[in-house]
Design a protein around this ligand. Structure first.
Ligand code: MLT
Length: 260
């Protein structure tokens, strides 16, 4: 099992493990690694079939991703960390919490939701699996970019749009197909919200049309120790679109006591 990853920062600092969204990879966290690693030990793995982590046919569930992530962290000697997950990364963290709560000292849930897929969304995922196998990732990238980024980002930040497209296209077709199956089959995590008792920061792009800010606000009401930060000028990929605001929210979240 080889998980590819990037790592930056002081090895003795608090580890922050960054789990990417669909259909991106660890490169979506470059700005967090650059902006946070003077205070934190940042690690960003590629989930199986994304970026440089090899694809495996069995990796079609959140549980399979979690198993590999735990093996990866054990291999790095990391037994306690703050975890950040963007969208699908958040789905992974709910499963991680259910399986290895003692490994998590804090959670950052970014542009994500606790509910499982509706029947309609599941059917769309199955159709997308057929489409990516038949036509590759290109058409999926073009359909998704206007949903992932705010309309302002799409119309005025050409370089950022190209960067996101390039990240999406660098993944494997089978990795993307596996993730679509894993998301369709993921369990509902609404009840998990009630049992998460570690400090949690919910980040939501103000212009996010996939998981609008109300989704994060609603999650907060079900959680014991959560705070919401709405990020203006960002869509679904707030860590890429407004990294300075996202990094500030992470660093100044009082419960981490970072830099104190
Ligand atoms: C993501 O950004 O990870 C996806 O939008 C998640 C999803 O499709 O449910």
């Amino acid at each position: 099992m080889n998980i590819s990853y990037s790592e930056k920062g002081d090895m003795s600092a608090l580890p922050l493990v960054l789990i990417h969204a669909f259909p991106l990879n660890r490169r979506m966290w470059t700005r967090q690694m650059d902006g946070l690693s003077d205070k934190l030990r940042t690690l960003a793995p590629d989930l199986p079939g994304f970026g440089e982590t090899p694809v495996h046919v069995d990796d079609q569930s959140m549980a399979a991703y979690v198993k590999k992530l735990k093996q990866f962290l054990d291999g790095k000697g990391i037994y306690k960390a703050v975890f950040a997950g963007c969208s699908m990364g958040g789905y992974v963290l709910f499963e991680f919490w259910r399986t290895y709560p003692d490994t998590m000292s804090g959670m950052i849930l970014c542009d994500t939701r606790a509910e499982a897929d509706t029947e309609e969304t599941k059917a769309n995922r199955m159709k997308s699996i057929e489409d990516v196998r038949e036509k590759g990732i290109g058409p999926l990238a073009e359909t998704m970019i206007p949903k992932l980024l705010s309309s302002e980002t799409v119309s005025s930040r050409e370089e950022l749009v190209s960067e996101v497209r390039e990240i999406i296209l660098s993944n494997t077709t089978e990795g993307v197909a596996n993730a679509l199956a894993a998301m369709a089959e993921r369990p509902d995590s609404t009840d998990t919200l009630n049992i998460i008792d570690i400090p949690t920061l919910l980040i939501a792009g103000k212009e996010d049309i996939i998981t609008p800010p109300e989704v994060a606000e609603n999650m907060q009401t079900k959680m014991k120790n959560a705070r919401v930060e709405i990020i203006p000028g960002a869509g679904h990929l707030s860590p890429i679109e407004r990294p300075e605001l996202v990094n500030q929210s992470i660093l100044f979240y009082p419960s981490w006591v970072i830099g104190s």
